[in-house]
Design a protein around this ligand. Structure first.
Ligand code: ATP
Ligand code: MG
Length: 258
């Protein structure tokens, strides 16, 4: 099994473990081949940002915790990669902020949707929407991606949609949802369309979001509202791009100075 193959001392241990989890998820029918490719795109950006939660991501995480806590009807949308990488964290976050959990798949099959629901129930979820009850639709989206639960995304005011596709993010915004995403690519359409963009790896962002929400619960509603109202997503995405540029510039200079 995967935990015996990769020595802990390997410089890319964390990254390789994530890959193994996705491959395992693929073999179990939770992750689709396209999900593995999407992960590769994410990894590339993780390399560029330095494989750590940077200050711009911390700001977005704080604002996301605030938005989820203030929401009347928050929903966490789960796809195959999210279920393979952070199922327990999804359940924990949902508990803390009182969110519903909904399976929503770009490449939807009933078998895969059901398998993902099983993973989430196994991770401790009490209820998982979007599998047998995906009877509502998101206008202007085609195929199976339209289908959502009337008690979940259809009724939500705030939705957390990690590793989401641009079309769907745009459609969610058009129907008035407040969208929070986790996406390592700061210039994906999803990142540029969301209300709050956490540019970080989901495996780091979710535990950080849980911690932020736990800590924020002790604050007054006014303080939480202030955190959200002072948040500027364009500035955060801009800071992510500047971080990458500066990091590359200093790497480039250090090579010349050798
Ligand atoms: P968009 O449609 O928003 O322009 P895209 O077509 O590039 O994005 P999708 O496959 O639709 O990409 O969505 C997957 C997104 O998730 C990618 O932008 C990728 O960078 C990101 N991603 C993949 N793995 C992770 C991860 N582990 N943590 C955070 N983000 C990730
Ligand atoms: Mg896309």
């Amino acid at each position: 099994m995967w935990d015996t193959k990769i020595p802990r001392s390997h410089p890319r241990y964390e990254s390789l473990m994530i890959r193994e989890k996705l491959v395992e998820g693929f073999k179990r029918g939770i992750v689709v081949p396209e999900g593995l490719i999407a992960h590769g795109r994410g990894e590339c950006f993780d390399y560029l940002i330095g494989e750590a939660t940077q200050p711009f991501a911390r700001k977005a995480i704080e604002a996301a915790a605030a938005a989820l806590l203030l929401a009347k009807h928050p929903v966490i949308s789960v796809n195959g990669n999210v279920a393979a990488l952070v199922p327990r964290e999804v359940v924990r976050l949902a508990e803390i902020v009182g969110a519903k959990i909904e399976v929503n798949l770009f490449y939807r099959t009933e078998v895969r949707a059901r398998k993902i629901k099983e993973v989430l129930l196994g991770a401790g979820a009490e209820e998982v929407l979007g599998v047998d009850d995906a009877t509502a639709t998101i206008p202007e989206l085609f195929s199976e991606r339209r289908r959502v639960s009337p008690r979940g995304i259809a009724a939500a005011d705030v939705v957390l949609v990690p590793l989401e596709d641009g079309d769907r993010t745009e459609a969610l915004r058009r129907i008035g949802k407040f969208v929070i995403t986790v996406d390592l690519n700061p210039i994906s359409r999803t990142s540029l369309t969301a209300n709050i963009t956490i540019v970080d790896n989901i495996v780091r962002a979710m535990p950080a979001l849980i911690k932020a929400a736990e800590e924020m619960k002790g604050k007054s509603e006014e303080e939480i509202r202030n955190i959200l109202s002072s948040y500027n997503n364009s500035a955060v995405i801009s800071a992510a791009l500047t971080h990458i540029r500066e990091r590359l510039s200093s790497l480039a200079s250090s090579l010349l100075g050798r």
